[in-house]
Design a protein around this ligand. Structure first.
Ligand SMILES: C[S@@+](CC[C@H](N)C(=O)[O-])C[C@H]1O[C@@H](n2cnc3c(N)ncnc32)[C@H](O)[C@@H]1O
Length: 261
């Protein structure tokens, strides 16, 4: 990423932290998606694990993981935005949480940890912020480097294929296309899978938001006028509840790849 572009991106996230403080809004307004993503990551955290959250923002998800996995070995969050880390550390102090969780400034492209340090690492909506596939590969390699052999790295990122599928369906119903921020950076499934396969890595895919995306980005607009619900549309909750019982179908723009090192 060019230095100027990286500085602009960093300024954006620094301001998000200042504006939204400890709220999930600092990273995404769709709290149902964040909940589903936390569940998808949390499935791979076990008792005693040392966990790294890469691009942790204000620590919203890391705190949730600690809440759900009280017997975890440790959780370390890193983010390149100093204000995010400042916010996370303020929240930690306010909750009187000890060193089981810690937050440090760090860049996904050159993490400050030795090889083979963590049992589990996860990056949720961070790698595809890198400008090109070449830069994304550097970030992926860095996440893999810091995990122990046999450990897991979870990448939860947006994918081009479900995005295209949903937009094709929307076009059939004369709906405007979904405009996702920087969709040209979205992962392509075939390319990502080839990358892991070439490295001899095994992976599993969790299409953890398919029903939710189908409902909240397509079906909802067939039955309601989006203008009538400028903020929260209650139909989202219905599909969130269904998603918790049934996943899959290939509509989830956001999917998780669980890679075993
Ligand atoms: C979309 S938010 C996702 C935050 C969090 N992972 C979550 O699940 O809510 C992206 C985060 O990645 C951070 N980020 C962007 N580029 C980064 C980099 N090169 N190294 C570390 N963090 C980065 C941003 O500061 C921001 O907090």
């Amino acid at each position: 990423m060019e230095k100027i572009e990286k500085d602009v991106a960093k300024d954006y996230w620094e301001n998000q932290a200042k504006t939204h403080k400890g709220s999930h809004l600092a990273s995404w307004s769709d709290n149902f998606m964040i909940e589903l993503e936390i569940d998808a990551v949390g499935e791979h955290i076990s008792s005693g694990d040392h966990v790294l959250d890469i691009g942790c923002a204000n620590g919203y998800s890391a705190f949730q993981q600690l809440e759900r996995h009280k017997d975890v070995g440790s959780i370390t969050g890193v983010d390149f935005a100093e204000n995010m880390i400042k916010q996370a550390n303020m929240l930690k102090k306010a909750q009187w949480i000890g060193d089981i969780i810690k937050f440090e400034v760090g860049d996904i492209n050159s993490l400050q940890f030795p090889d083979d340090t963590f049992d589990v690492a996860y990056a949720t909506r961070v790698v595809t912020l890198m400008s090109t596939w070449e830069e994304q590969q550097i970030a992926i390699n860095e996440c893999l480097r810091v995990v122990k052999p046999g450990g897991k790295v979870i990448f939860s990122e947006p994918f081009l294929e479900p995005f295209t599928l949903l937009n094709a369906m929307r076009q059939l119903k004369d709906m405007p296309p979904l405009i996702e921020h920087d969709s040209n950076r979205f992962f392509k499934k075939a390319v990502l899978e080839e990358f892991f396969t070439q490295k001899g890595l095994t992976f599993k895919v969790n299409d953890f938001s398919s029903i939710y995306y189908l409902g909240s980005r397509f079906l909802r607009e067939l039955v309601t006028d989006p203008a009538a619900y400028p903020g929260f549309n209650p139909i989202n909750r219905i599909f969130f509840d269904i998603e918790k019982d049934f996943s899959g179908g290939g509509f989830g723009i956001q999917q998780a790849y669980i890679v075993t090192k």
